[in-house]
Write a protein that binds this ligand. Sequence first.
Ligand code: MTE
Ligand code: MO
Length: 331
Amino acid sequence: MPFLRPDRGFDHPVPSEITPRTLVEGRRDWMKRVAAGALGPSLAAWAGREALAQPAAAAKGTPLPGGKSAVAGAVTMDKPTARQDATSYNNFYEFGTDKADPARTAGTLKTRPWTVAIEGAVKKPRTIGLDDLMKLAPMEERIYRLRCVEGWSMVIPWVGFSLAELIRQVEPTGNAKYVEFITLADKAQMPGLRSGVLDWPYAEGLRMDEAMHPLTLLAFGMYGEVLPNQNGAPVRLVVPWKYGFKSAKSLVKIRFTEQQPGTSWNKAAQQEYGFYSNVNPKVDHPRWSQATERRIGEDGIFAKKRPTLMFNGYEAQVGQLYAGMDLAKFY
Ligand SMILES: Nc1nc2c(c(=O)[nH]1)N[C@H]1C(S)=C(S)[C@@H](COP(=O)(O)O)O[C@H]1N2
Ligand SMILES: [Mo]
């Protein structure tokens, strides 16, 4: 991104050196204890459907289990990134531009009460409270690769449901060709807004068919718990075949439009960040190659980088959305 080098690993704590509390350990252990009733009846209930009907206040570490997903490509076999890494090496410029800033400063983000306004070209515009939004469809666990445009990647187990579930309920009109995503911009809660790095509020967009694709996720949790603030609490977008900046955090507005919406990163550096921003090893960023990536926590910063996959490995699922398009032109 304009003020960042593709690899800032040298400036920051090396993620692999942080003692990991892995997803696998943490979650399996938690599920085992729930199954054994060791946490008592009230907590065991959290693991069941009641938890989805009555989401808890978003206290730190609140369990948010997701069921098995039937969506093709929803669960990668790649080893999940340690939770500690995924929650301490973040891009969330509203809380600072250093990778360690969001985990340090996002505690001020107030995630309740929270509403998301749905507006524009829909028959049923409405403002939905977080609790109602969370009940809109069953939560699923999706284990996705996340590829940042800066050249690093992670594997994150999200909890949420397809954005398509929400879109169907608000009934887009024939004029809805694109979807714009607007995130919270509140100076009182977000120290990073004082910097002019980006045009706030952070805004992103998708074409309607991309937004309707079952892999496009509205996420409320990760690692079996509600989202930590630094990862975009209480609700964010996750678009696994696009560079990470398309996955807007802390959403407050979803607007259906006829024209392609502007996006914050495109406005900041048009020749560097296009509207589509599909992960593509053959189309380099003007200032660095996109052919390879460093997997956070796994490879170590001196290890050989791994090849970046077309559409981040989701080509079988999403390739047809771009049939006939010149992806070097529509980057
Ligand atoms: N509102 C907002 N959303 C954002 C960003 C941001 O700065 N502000 N950064 C993006 C970038 S560049 C990436 S790589 C991902 C990082 O998500 P993570 O910290 O949960 O891994 O969030 C994206 N969503
Ligand atoms: Mo990113």
